[in-house]
Design a protein around this ligand. Structure first.
Ligand SMILES: Cc1ncc(COP(=O)(O)O)c(C=O)c1O
Length: 381
């Protein structure tokens, strides 16, 4: 039987309601905003429902401040493209996913002023004071992940959001690893741009994501892609109203229907935070007992959620993952996990990255024990 410990890549299995909602969406005879007939109206209910659910879950200022995207990567690219202007300075961290670092690097090469990448410590955690000290007069954005997809470190977004709340600097949080996993209240945390995928902790299908925007930044976001919106078709310019200003083209209705169904389920389907913390405690304690395994990442379990990364003496992480898969039917991920810089700070560049064990909403204590047993056997080969 599959032991799936790769939830940081994508959650599995999805609640059955997701596939049902996707199939139902495929049979709708119409497209969102394209026509006033019954099918178009029925289709329009899906994104509307999703916006309401997302606004309530993350406490956005209104449902119209929820922009629907194709995924976390698109949400982040959209935020950078529509918020940043030439000459702007951005502060980010070495713990970021390539979907933050690569678009910023492209922009740096093509006219954005400058990007400061704040280092993380040996546990993969950023220091809020160092982050805030990197802000300059021309800084327009602070962009950081909530939870590291490599170490599971929970970054200090509360103190950074509080410090930026009254400033003109926008605060972007990449919640790809935390949305649906940890409570996120945009208003309380002072988040201006909250980007996430739909297929991880929110339990939706691939092909959908969210960007939620605060009142503070909403008016200043410029269109980043142009096309049909189903509204103001007489104009050659994108409509000013949100979310249409930032959305163009026929939306992927089945994916959004799946995400809406998942979001209705995910709160009740997910194990409690206490149960998840207990699984992590069990994993960490077991890893400590296996000779030849070094865990990287936070030492304080209160500042951790989700994935745990390890290095196994004498093993390339890819080989270890292949053996776990082939011999034990355990699915984990190996390598750098699309995070370019963090490994320099974790001391895991030379080892080819890490082996990442990422429990999720369905993980049981038995599965953690099975993984520990397999690792103990593997290290004794
Ligand atoms: C922290 C983080 N940010 C952004 C992304 C990008 O999300 P997606 O690949 O779903 O577009 C991921 C995906 O793994 C991630 O882990």
């Amino acid at each position: 039987m599959i032991c799936y410990l790769d939830h940081a890549a994508t959650s599995w299995p999805k609640p059955p309601e997701v596939a049902q909602a996707m199939l139902a969406a495929l049979s709708i005879a119409g497209s969102v905003g394209r026509g006033a007939h019954a099918g178009a109206s029925e289709a329009a209910q899906i994104p509307s429902r999703l916006r309401v659910l997302a606004a309530a879950r993350f406490r956005a200022d209104s449902a119209s401040h929820v922009v629907l995207t194709s995924g976390g990567t698109e949400s982040l690219n959209l935020a950078f493209a529509s918020w940043l202007r030439s000459g702007d300075h951005v502060v980010t961290t070495a713990a970021e996913h390539n979907s933050v670092l690569r678009p910023l690097e492209l922009r740096r090469r093509t006219g954005l002023g400058d990007v400061t990448i704040v280092p993380v410590d040996r546990t993969g955690t950023v220091d809020a004071a160092v982050m805030l000290a990197a802000i300059r007069p021309e800084t327009r954005l602070v962009a950081m992940t909530h939870v590291s997809n490599v170490t599971g470190a929970i970054q200090p977004i509360e103190s950074i959001g509080a410090a930026l709340r009254a400033s003109s600097v926008a605060f972007l949080v990449d919640a790809a690893q935390s949305a649906g996993e940890l409570p996120i209240d945009m208003r309380q945390l002072g988040i201006d741009l909250l980007a996430t995928s739909g297929h991880k902790g929110l339990l939706g299908p691939a092909g959908c994501g969210l960007l939620l925007v605060s009142e503070k930044v909403a008016e200043h976001l410029e269109p980043w892609k142009c096309g049909g919106t189903g509204t103001h078709s007489e104009s050659l310019q994108m409509p000013r109203e949100l979310p249409h200003r930032l959305e163009a083209g026929t939306p992927p209705l089945p994916a959004f229907a799946g995400l809406a169904a998942a979001m209705q389920q995910s709160e009740s389907r997910s194990a409690s935070l206490a149960a998840r913390a207990e699984l992590t405690r069990r994993l960490w304690a077991g890893l400590q007992r296996i000779e030849g395994i070094r865990r990287v990442g936070p030492t304080d379990p209160q500042r951790h959620h989700g994935p745990t990364s390890i290095v196994i003496t004498g093993w390339d992480p890819h080989d270890a993952a292949a053996v776990l898969d082939a011999t034990f039917d355990i699915r984990v991920r190996a390598g750098r996990h699309c995070a370019a810089s963090i490994h320099e700070h974790l001391g895991t560049t030379g080892s080819g990255g890490t082996l990442r064990i990422a429990p999720g909403h369905t993980t049981t204590a038995d599965e953690i024990d099975r993984c520990l047993q397999a690792l103990a056997e593997l290290t004794s080969f």
